[in-house]
Design a protein around this ligand. Structure first.
Ligand code: AQP
Length: 325
């Protein structure tokens, strides 16, 4: 029996190379090893205001990008969270099991709510309970994510353990799968902050055209020093070098030797060429997939039909254990 892997991305904007290098690439690389569910988590997206037509379109875009990046829908489930109502129902139950104190400690909530203050939705606060529901419904063993999601996976583990102690063993306690390199790709504009969909100026989107990629990399913030070395105390150049390392497959000494005595401009030009070439096949596959919208709709519908029974079984067991119904 292969282990079950579950992960998802919110359709909240253009996916970027941080989402790819931190999450999607490891989904693809380890696709054969696990029994996978890759979800487009649209219920998470509405924790902040969304335009309905744009959300609907972004959901298809993210699903098509999963496939364009190398997820094979015959091998892995590619689904939409809101197509399976058990996610929302289990989330409500977990909201009632999760102490406020646990949710209040989540750094992502603190950061995102600080920007919105009074208008922040209650949904944003309980977001981690919905994420726990996503994962726990399918008896997930591993959750391949970027570093920023480590705390939410920890909370999922705590909630699973708490529920199992209170009501009996129902949930599998999952583990986060976080890469050593690339788990936190930083913004090109502000390299002390993570690259994020909501800050497009600092992100390289997977669908950015070559000119835009070259311009963004040319403008990427570095520092007044001139050496090109993997030095974590220099976040701008360290981040660019990490992207180079991940996309070239070369090791750090080889990369440092290659750029010894060369300037930032030359390094950035080579990096831009590398990123453009790495994204080209994915962008071509994406364009092909989008020419046939019916096929992606069919994938999403069939996938939901395939996994809904598992989700409903887990939910009914939870309800029986809790005396609901
Ligand atoms: N900068 C990053 N480096 C590495 N991994 C990252 N991930 C996100 N940003 C980076 C990983 O991508 C997956 C999907 O993320 P998400 O859409 O669920 O939410 P997010 O982490 O909030 O993503 P963004 O890009 O920052 O979007 P917004 O601006 O909407 O908040 C996760 O596995 C995440 O770790």
């Amino acid at each position: 029996m292969r282990k079950r892997a579950f992960s998802g991305i919110q359709p909240t904007g253009n996916l970027h190379i941080g989402n790819y290098l931190g999450a999607i690439r490891q989904w693809v690389e380890r696709q054969a090893e696990f029994d996978n569910i890759f979800c487009v988590v649209d219920l998470h997206a509405i924790t902040v205001p969304q335009d309905p037509a744009e959300l609907h379109e972004a959901t298809r875009q993210v699903a098509a990008l999963y496939v364009a990046c190398g997820i094979d829908p015959r091998q892995s489930v590619v689904c939409v969270q809101s197509h399976i109502s058990a996610h929302a129902e289990l989330a409500w139950i977990l909201n009632c099991v999760a102490p406020m104190g646990w949710l209040g400690r989540m750094t992502q909530f603190k950061e995102k709510s600080a920007k919105q203050r009074e208008t922040v939705s209650a949904g944003l606060f309980v977001y981690p309970a919905l994420m726990a529901a996503d994962i726990l419904l399918y008896h997930t063993d591993v959750v391949p994510v970027g570093e920023d999601q480590r705390q939410h996976v920890e909370l999922t583990r705590d909630l699973a353990i708490r529920f199992n102690q209170l009501f009996g063993e129902v949930f599998t306690v999952p583990e986060a799968l976080i890469r050593e390199t690339g788990a936190r790709i930083m913004s090109l504009a502000e390299p002390t902050k993570k690259m994020s969909k909501s800050e497009p100026a600092g992100s390289i989107a997977l669908l950015d055209p070559p000119d835009t990629i070259r311009r963004k990399i040319a403008r990427a913030k570095t520092d007044p020093l001139t050496t090109i070395e993997f030095d974590e105390s220099r976040p701008g150049i360290y981040n660019l070098l990490t992207i180079y390392e991940l996309l070239s497959g070369q090791d750090r000494p080889t990369i440092e030797a290659r750029f010894q005595g060369k300037g930032y401009a030359e390094f950035k030009r080579e990096l831009a060429d590398l990123v453009v070439e790495a994204l080209r096949p994915m962008q071509e596959r994406y364009a092909e997939i989008r020419r046939d919208p019916a096929s992606i709709e069919a994938v999403l519908r069939d996938s939901a039909d395939r996994i809904r029974p598992t989700a409903e079984r887990t939910l009914s067991e939870v309800k029986v254990r809790m005396g609901l119904g």
